[in-house]
Design a protein around this ligand. Structure first.
Ligand SMILES: CC(C)(COP(=O)(O)OP(=O)(O)OC[C@H]1O[C@@H](n2cnc3c(N)ncnc32)[C@H](O)[C@@H]1OP(=O)(O)O)[C@@H](O)C(=O)NCCC(=O)NCCS
Length: 198
């Protein structure tokens, strides 16, 4: 069920502040480098590659241009406070699946921004014609796991000692997934699509 293109930028309320959500472009590179530098090292571990490395950042920007990654940025006070990425592979047998990544700066956590961004990604996933989203995080990211479960993600796999931090310490990785197409179809059947915002 492919949905029509969603309009950006859009402004949403987060706590007492307004935040602007826009599609990320390669022009956001410098602001993203600043954003990533402010993230705790532990929060980078769920991304298979180290996004604080310039080459990895270049690859991300290149993927935006070629369309294999769809990303959003959340801005307030002229700075990036959160961002998302949905990674797809048109040539894979799993081209109906997107990998979702969401990051919010610590100062902005707990204000509802993560929830807003994940919900925007559900809309984006439908726009891209995806049926399933999955996200991976280390098992000690209990806050992140709670947010994803509250939004309908369910644990699907546990990968033992799958990630090593810069000191070589090993962590288990949990994979959570969401049946975006099924949930959207159910919402449509119950007449909830318009009520949940377009
Ligand atoms: C996961 C993440 C994006 C959540 O962002 P956030 O802006 O703090 O999330 P929200 O404020 O929208 O929280 C949504 C819900 O999750 C719950 N929640 C959030 N943080 C929590 C925590 N630390 N512990 C328990 N529950 C938590 C809250 O109950 C909240 O529900 P409520 O609005 O009804 O109170 C953010 O913590 C983050 O960037 N983490 C590091 C990166 C990461 O691990 N990403 C996940 C892998 S893709």
């Amino acid at each position: 069920m492919t949905q029509p293109s969603r309009r950006y930028p859009r402004s949403v309320a987060c706590g007492d502040a307004q935040i602007e959500i826009a599609r990320m472009t390669s022009g956001d590179r410098d602001a993203l480098v600043t954003f990533v530098a402010e993230l705790p090292a532990q929060d980078l571990l769920f991304v298979p590659r180290d996004i604080s490395h310039p080459k990895v950042m270049d690859a991300w920007m290149h993927s935006l241009d070629k369309g294999s990654v769809a990303s959003l940025v959340a801005r307030a006070n002229g700075r990036v406070q959160g961002c998302t990425a949905i990674l797809t592979d048109e040539l894979s047998w799993s081209k109906h699946v997107g990998e979702l990544r969401v990051m919010v700066l610590p100062a902005w956590r707990g204000k509802g921004l993560g929830r807003v961004l994940i919900q925007e990604c559900f809309a984006q996933a439908l726009e891209l014609g995806l049926k399933k989203l999955f996200a991976q995080m280390t098992v000690n990211q209990t806050g992140a796991i709670t947010v994803f479960e509250e939004l309908g993600f369910r644990a699907e796999a546990l990968l033992h000692n799958h990630v090593a931090d810069r000191d070589g310490k090993l962590y288990d990785l949990v994979v959570l997934s969401h049946d975006v197409a099924g949930v959207a179809a159910r919402n449509e059947a119950y007449g909830l699509r318009d009520a949940l915002g377009g």
